[in-house]
Design a protein around this ligand. Structure first.
Ligand code: SF4
Length: 328
């Protein structure tokens, strides 16, 4: 489903995504990096990922246009096959890859994929956050690494269909503006960990058919349905909102409202939720702190009661000080 349209139809339009200004700036930077047949981008790929290979002079940039995502995916696979073993550098500009996600194909579009002279493949991510003195904001680099790891997995699927399968490199090229200029700087990012985590998560995902089978008959998420019907449809799917959703999902405002109304503790952050064990609502947490709920031997319940006792003592002492001040 188109989650941004669904969020608008639910009356909670998404605040997720980049501003128009950031998008324009990002596109202009990407165009600059890929200008002249990707000469600068390939220079960075050579310098950061494969300095032992011959320097890229005239790289091939195959045309990847085709009809629809399936057509573009097939065109990309063909271009990768042709480039592998050609012995030179090839730049695939906005290739299209497909990845099986819970039994459904998801189409992915990396900024670029480079085929090295030895036939190996590398993912390239171009971002508009700055690289200051050779390093960038770790949180942003981490997000880019997670994104690139998904592309690596999708590329590995393509590679597995070739005989012999070409290696897909697990060090990706991250290209960002250098300091506060518009000049590109490149950095090799090792995504082995993110790749392993994503592969594990993908393997554990519940199949889409199983989720669909568990929904009430007739559940429909089409954004042209009424808000009431859509709210019921979305409520039929279990969701665990956390503040992290705000930067990752178009339905975040809707889910935040639902989490607030239900008084769930996940909206206060996943680490806190983990600390509280079986106490899943604010109401339960307060009841446990007052001694009305929970097993006193449960470390979370014991900690809450200790905290409640300390708070009561602090309030009592503050009250006593106030009374003493009034008496004076
Ligand atoms: S719980 Fe989070 S990730 Fe799931 S639908 Fe809601 S906002 Fe999106």
């Amino acid at each position: 489903m188109d989650k941004a349209r669904l969020a608008s139809a639910l009356g909670a339009p998404s605040g997720f995504g980049q501003s128009q200004f950031a998008l324009t700036r990002g596109n202009a930077f990407e165009a600059k990096v890929k200008a002249d047949g990707g000469a600068e981008l390939l220079r960075l790929a050579h310098a950061r990922l494969d300095p032992g290979a011959e320097a890229p002079r005239a790289a091939a940039v195959p045309d990847l246009t085709a009809q629809g995502p399936e057509g573009r995916t097939a065109r990309t696979a063909l271009a990768l096959r042709e480039a592998t073993g050609a012995g030179g550098w090839t730049l695939l500009d906005h290739p299209m890859l497909a990845l099986d996600v819970a039994g459904s194909l998801a189409f992915l579009e990396p900024d670029a994929v480079v085929v090295h002279p030895d036939g190996s493949w590398s993912v390239v991510e171009i971002k508009s956050f700055p690289m200051l003195d050779g390093s960038a904001d770790p949180a942003k680099v981490g997000a880019a690494a997670r994104q690139a790891a998904v592309y690596v997995l999708a590329l590995e699927d393509v590679a597995a269909r070739l005989d012999p399968a070409p290696p897909v490199r697990h060090r990706v090229l991250l290209v960002c503006p250098k300091d506060f200029s518009n000049l590109p700087a490149g950095s090799a990012v090792d995504v082995r960990k993110q790749r392993a985590v994503t592969a594990r998560q993908l393997a554990r995902l519940t199949r889409i058919e199983e989720i669909a089978d568990s929904l009430p008959e007739g559940t429909c998420f089409a954004p042209d349905r009424g808000a009431e019907e859509l709210t019921a449809a979305v409520a039929a799917v279990p969701a665990t909102y956390a503040p992290e959703c705000l930067s990752a999902c178009e339905l975040a405002f809707h889910c935040r409202e639902r989490a607030r109304a239900a008084g769930t503790v996940t909206r206060l952050g996943r680490p806190l939720r983990a600390e509280l064990g079986g106490l899943t609502t604010v109401e339960d947490v307060l009841a446990a702190a007052r001694g009305e709920l929970g097993d006193p031997d449960d470390p979370a319940v014991a900690a809450l009661r200790r905290a409640a006792a300390l708070r009561a003592e602090a309030l009592r002492e503050a009250g006593d000080r106030e009374v003493a001040a009034v008496c004076r």
